[in-house]
Design a protein around this ligand. Structure first.
Ligand SMILES: *Cc1c(COP(=O)(O)O)cnc(C)c1O
Length: 402
């Protein structure tokens, strides 16, 4: 087992803060009571759950009654989408974007087979939405608009409140997948247009297996999981107490660190990005560099494969990511980068580095040190010429021989 690496894959998951582990542990050992029990042993656990709910509510600027715990971000997205549709059975239209997380996209795709129509809003080559296109898509039949706050692959941040104002006018419910935004962008539900918001514990230095859905008071909600009366009847199942306690602490710490940590991460990220761009020819930053998460950079290294870069980085103990998922042997480029219309020459060679509050200057220096030689090595190995025409021609030949 490997447990020391330069971890720059924080948009995939994060290290649990040691303080979070500390507050969570007693609820795995001594305080195992059921928070719904009548006895003191369970009741004290119920009290701890209420405190954790308060901590999370404070981070969001929400009321405790507006928070429903889920098992993960994916469940939050699924529950929000289903609930919005169940609450307005007469409306059959959904608006989302082409660059959502699969936890939203795949639900929408299934709903299309069940009589719903879905508009997938396009993005420009910076990964930004066109608000006119959004406005034109909204009709009286639109039940739900579900749009992410910040993109997990590029870090591009959408103008959520501007979007929300338009959604409100149409009468649709507005759900936001804020899994990447929480802890990186200050949020205040009191002054927001958001009706429902999804977050996930393991993306903010909390444990895996816990998430939450914020549901604005007054928004009609129909539960996705039925059973007992937990979560005010909005999500049945005995509470995941240790993880709920942990998420409360993680939220408290995120709020505490937000300003100073994001400033630090932004500085380190910018240095990484600017130095790589200066040292390595033929590379570009993907996404909107003005409206972006402070911790994320997605860089396209032309004429090489992102997976090859990742393998070499891995040899140096550096963890990064490419947006693309390997689907049964064929290397499918990321749906996000494709939606941005990136040229074929950069589409395959894009790498995401995502930092966190534990990232050190020395770690960034290490990446800056090894990346130029990795890229140079891979480009030298390429049988194709390292220019647009030569590379495209080579790719066509390779495809023809498959
Ligand atoms: C990680 C992620 C999710 C899914 O969250 P899980 O807790 O892993 O299910 C959803 N949306 C975005 C934007 C994410 O980054």
């Amino acid at each position: 087992m490997q447990n020391n690496c330069i971890y720059l894959d924080n948009n995939a998951t994060t290290k649990v803060d040691p303080e979070v582990i500390e507050v969570m542990l007693p609820y795995l050992t001594d305080y195992y009571g059921n928070p719904s029990s009548m006895h003191t042993f369970g009741g004290q656990v119920g009290k701890a759950v209420r405190t954790a709910r308060e901590q999370l509510a404070v981070m969001l600027g929400a009321d405790e009654s507006e928070i429903v715990y889920t098992s993960c971000g994916t469940e939050g997205d699924n529950a929000a989408i289903r609930a919005a549709l169940l609450a307005q059975p007469e409306k059959r239209h959904i608006v989302t974007t082409q660059v959502e997380h699969p936890a939203v996209l795949n639900v929408c795709k299934q709903l299309e087979t069940q009589g719903y129509s879905v508009t997938y809003l396009s993005v420009n080559n910076q990964g930004q939405l066109d608000l006119d296109e959004l406005e034109a898509s909204l009709t009286g039949n639109t039940a739900l608009v579900t749009i992410m706050y910040a993109n997990n692959e590029t870090g591009t941040v959408f103008p959520i409140e501007q979007i929300g104002l338009r959604v409100k006018e149409s009468g649709a419910i507005f759900h936001v997948d804020a899994v990447q935004a929480v802890g990186k962008i200050p949020l205040n539900m009191k002054t927001s247009t958001i009706d429902m918001l999804t977050l996930s514990g393991h993306k903010l230095h909390g444990p895996k297996g816990i998430g939450a859905l914020y549901i604005r008071r007054g928004v009609r909600f129909r539960p996705f999981i039925l059973g007992g009366h937990q979560e005010r009847g909005r999500r049945a199942g005995t509470e995941n107490v240790p993880a709920i306690i942990a998420l409360g602490k993680a939220a408290e710490l995120e709020l505490l660190h937000l300003e100073e940590a994001t400033a630090r991460e932004r500085k380190l990220r910018d240095r990484l990005e600017q130095t790589l761009l200066a040292k390595i020819p033929n590379c570009v930053v993907n996404g909107d560099v003005t409206q972006r998460l402070p911790n994320t950079t997605n860089i396209g290294f032309k004429y090489i494969e992102g997976e090859a870069i990742l393998l070499l980085l891995n040899k140096y103990g550096i963890c990064a990511s490419s947006g693309s998922a390997c689907t049964s042997g064929s290397l499918e480029p990321s749906h996000v980068l494709r939606a941005m219309g990136l040229p074929y020459t950069t589409l395959h060679g894009s790498i995401r580095f995502s930092l966190c509050r534990y990232t050190t200057e020395a770690e960034i220096d290490q990446v800056i040190e090894v990346m130029p030689s990795i890229v140079e090595r891979l480009r030298a190995l390429s049988p194709f010429k390292n220019d647009d025409a030569g590379w495209l021609q080579g790719q066509e030949q390779a495809l023809a021989h498959r």
